[in-house]
Design a protein around this ligand. Sequence first.
Ligand code: ADP
Ligand code: MG
Length: 628
Amino acid sequence: MSSEKTTPQTETKEFQAEVKKMLDIVIHSLYTEKEIFLRELISNAADALEKFRHQSVMEQEVFDSHVPLEITIEFDEKANTLTISDSGIGMDRGELEANLGTIAHSGSKTFFSKLSEADRKEVNLIGQFGVGFYAAFMVAKKVSVKSRSFRMDDMGHEWLSDGNGTFTIAMCPGIRRGTSITLELTDEAKEYANEATIRRIIKQYSSFVPFPIKLKGEAINTVQAIWTLGKSEISEEAYAEFYKFIANAYDEPLTRLHFSADAPLAIKTLLFIPKENFETMGFGRMEPGVNLYCQRVLIEQHSKTILPEWLRFLRGVIDSEDLPLNISRQALQDSALVAKINKVVTKRVLKFLEEMAKSEPEKYIEFWKNFGMFLKEGVISDFAYREETAKLLRFESSKTEDGVFTSLAEYVERMPEGQKEIFYINGPSREAIENGPYIEAFKKRNIEVIYTLEPIDDFAMSHLGSFDEKKLVSADRGNLDLPEAPTETEADKEKAQSEAMDAKESETLTGWMKEVLGEQVKEVIASKRLTDSPAMVVNPDGFVTSSMERIMRASGQGLQQFGGKNLEINTSHPLIKGLAGLKEKDGEVAASVVEQIFDNAMIQAGLMVEPRNMVARSYRILERLVGK
Ligand code: ADP
Ligand code: MG
């Protein structure tokens, strides 16, 4: 660093070469988020206050010990200036020179290592690494830093620069302890000498700075950063007030999770689950609601990277002192540290929900009804937490009352010996499922079936694959391996035998039905499962359930990939038995009846059929019935 003395008190000095380059970029860049300069200066002020607090405990004597620890913002709309003052640790002559004339901090060091690789005019670099104090030059044509150290022997100095290569340092006696930075704003940056703008920026970035930030004598940052306190220090009211602030909410949260950890990461976290799910209330997709802080200073609002997308219903704060303050959005996305925080907090949230399900089951169900869809989304989209999330799933089943939920673990507990798989079936409602063909065989064997009532459910089940080493199997799958019905007596069996067609007859009938239906089905089979309904469609390969197929078709995916269906017919059913006879008498009408049976079965599977054909056909059958 070269220096040349003008007067004994005023020295003109050159910035370190790296600082010159940086200032050149800062001043000439078109970086859009210029307002972060205020966050940088306020965070420096807060650091200086924190350092002072620390020193004042250790030192015998500090200068201006009575001055309150605070940050003051003043502005002059006419003169176009903005002043940020603090009563912090201050800087003596040497510190002013070293701290503001060279690249001191880690953020700008990284900036430099990147700068040599990239184009010097690369605007984004500012956003990527932050430029700390030098950010002031994005909005100011001249910066004055008056500072006086806490040490008793300092007199006070003024550092002055227009950012063009040099700065001066002069004596400035008679000032108070701390630092006062005055920005002479450029014409384009006039807006920052405006009260409303200043207020907004401070509220956005610096609400939780632990020292009062005063504007016109009034502290703007009135909300305490309660996540940094111990639980016992926080009242219920304070939690509720904080929630309203951070979530922009009017009501109280359903519940909260407040924890801190030192290893493997230093994090302090306060998360809330709201009462309502606005996503299901037609307000569109929810934005993530957790903010990332470093030592109470905002790094990223509504961060998309700090938690998985499927936890976007959470509101609150994650604070990690391990994060560099100057980190940018782009750098955050690539940060291994952020990925680590994400993992630690996600696991903690899942554990919290599991505990809540045990200790407060009613509250958990309230949560589940509102936010269960997000956990299902997690099961589908996030392999890493699938096992933990699966424990949190809840469904109705054939063994629960209407509207009552069970977990997969409870289902497994109830499984009788010999049952190896977990069965589920999708339907639009409990009634529809219970009156449909698919659960007949299960009812008879007293095997529990989970009811998946939401379109997303079968995707979740299929992604999950198994639970507690038991395969999850949809009841609309072909060739289910079910044990013999336990209640069947010899007499029952005989009756069923006598009612059913003989093997030959049934083979002829199924063969003919396959001919009638053609490519619409893979096979027509005499069912071993059906007892009451005449027919049902099943999926022989069992990978895609009918409910999934319906959704995939609706989203425009081709039919060929679904591998075809089997039609199972109940050969003891009067309709099917009658059909064999009708076929001999009137082949044409019998064929229409077959088509109609198939369409009915498709409807019961929740799959759309072409209504025009179906209606015309059913009229033909009805005409025949009334004797035309
Ligand atoms: P960082 O805050 O990351 O260290 P900055 O560029 O923001 O980097 O600031 C550089 C240095 O200048 C700080 O580390 C600090 O030593 C000093 N400094 C800046 N502002 C103040 C202030 N208001 N009071 C005391 N020292 C300050
Ligand atoms: Mg800083």
